[in-house]
Design a protein around this ligand. Structure first.
Ligand code: 3PG
Ligand code: MG
Length: 393
């Protein structure tokens, strides 16, 4: 992958249209998690320091092409201002007079955030006339919205064809880190994978089966694999359709990829039980599996500690509850130790990143991706339209 980079643009006095992914979780008008705001800062700061007129575009939530006050980006302008240490203006629309006059008023080293691009149905349709209206607000286009790069929308894809374009620093960092997993990864390569359903991750399995030496499987999807092997999992979350699990088991055997599955588990009679027990995987009975057990965690940690490349793609259990977080913690700590010894480690997928932050191992990883769907699609080997549309170097 080689594309033009924001550092290589001459931006002084130029209007630079920057697509960021400021799609943050909100509680009312407050920002509940600043990860994506913080991740947007380096590119914006670089452009401001170099005297650009910075015009920031983003979506927030899924307003479905209609104005929705609850999904206004206005609170994000204040958050950016605070972090950049300069005022960031706000325009109540991303096209038309409101946008044009806000952009015209900018001086060198000043920034404005435009309202949610998804208030217009043309955004998600990648409507060419809408993309043209956006493009008229800039002389250059920078795409820094890695988290939205899997969407071929007007502000992520359409506009890239209408202006000289480049990747932002976050986009670059994400693609560099993720490419280390898919382009000649250092071996052994281990993928710790969890989450509710195999179906959601079948594409990731398919692609990574060609690259990894082993999968360490946890979360709800492990129960489906166990079922496929004829092991009783009681009331545990599992997929009634065992086909995807059988398919992955078969492919792994043929390709000599190790599939590590739980040999013990933390179980309880229900999700809201106040006490949990550790049982061998054959003794789940009527219970629910809510985490991998300590013997499994030790086996996964041993596999991970020998690895030179590691991807963490989903929690091992219901980590939000302290009763069921030991497995995810043990796996995260093992990845941290391997990273300290020189392994490349990447956390990818929304749930995986949330677990890494909550359990305190995020800072010890080589890279924590800001992408959810985009990261999964990358790991599935798909081309991301927002990346494909950027100009080659
Ligand atoms: C995300 O958080 O997944 C991105 O911001 C893209 O949002 P979307 O899933 O609503 O397209
Ligand atoms: Mg999404």
């Amino acid at each position: 992958m080689s594309f033009r980079k924001v550092e290589d643009l001459g931006v002084r006095g130029k209007r630079v249209l920057v697509r960021e992914d400021l799609n943050v979780p909100m509680k009312g008008t407050s920002i509940a998690d600043y990860t994506r705001v913080d991740a947007a800062i380096p590119t914006l700061k670089l452009l401001l320091d170099r005297g650009a007129h910075v015009v920031i575009l983003s979506h927030l939530g899924r307003p479905d092409g209609k104005r929705d006050a609850a999904l206004s980006l206005r609170p994000l302008a204040a958050a950016l201002s605070e972090r950049l240490g300069v005022p960031v203006g706000f325009a109540a629309d991303c096209i038309g007079d409101a946008a044009r006059s806000a952009v015209d008023a900018l001086d060198d080293g000043e920034a404005v955030l435009l309202e949610n691009v998804r208030f217009h149905p043309e955004e998600e349709r990648n409507d060419p006339a809408f993309a043209k209206q956006l493009a008229e607000l800039g002389d250059l286009y920078v795409n820094d919205a890695f988290g939205t790069a899997h969407r071929a929308h007007a502000s992520t894809e359409g506009v890239a064809h209408l202006l000289p374009s480049a990747a932002g620093l976050l986009m670059e960092a994400e693609l560099n880190a993720l490419s280390r997993l898919t382009e000649n990864p250092a071996k052994p390569f281990v993928c710790a994978i969890g989450g509710a359903k195999i179906k959601d991750k079948i594409g990731v399995f398919n692609h990574l089966l060609q690259l990894v030496d082993a999968f360490c499987i946890g979360g709800g999807m492990a129960n489906t694999f166990l079922s496929a092997l004829g092991i009783q999992v009681g009331k545990s979350l599992r997929d009634p359709d065992l086909e995807p699990a059988l398919y992955v088991l078969d492919r792994a055997r043929v390709q000599h990829v190790e599939l590590h599955l739980p040999k013990d588990a933390v179980v309880a009679p229900s999700l809201d039980a106040t006490e949990a027990r550790i049982v061998d995987i054959g003794d789940v009975g009527d219970n629910m599996i809510l985490d991998i057990g300590p013997a499994t965690a030790a086996a996964y940690a041993a596999a991970i500690e020998q690895a030179k490349t590691i991807v963490f793609n989903g929690p091992m259990g219901v980590y939000e509850n302290p009763l069921y977080r030991s497995g995810t913690q043990a796996v995260g700590d093992a990845i941290a130790r391997a990273t300290a010894k020189g392994a490349i480690s990447v956390v990818g997928g929304g749930d995986a990143a949330a677990a890494a932050h909550l359990l305190g191992f995020a800072e010890k990883m080589t890279h924590v991706s800001t992408g959810g769907g985009a990261t999964l699609e990358f790991l599935e080997g798909k081309t991301l339209p927002g990346v494909a549309a950027l100009e080659p170097a």
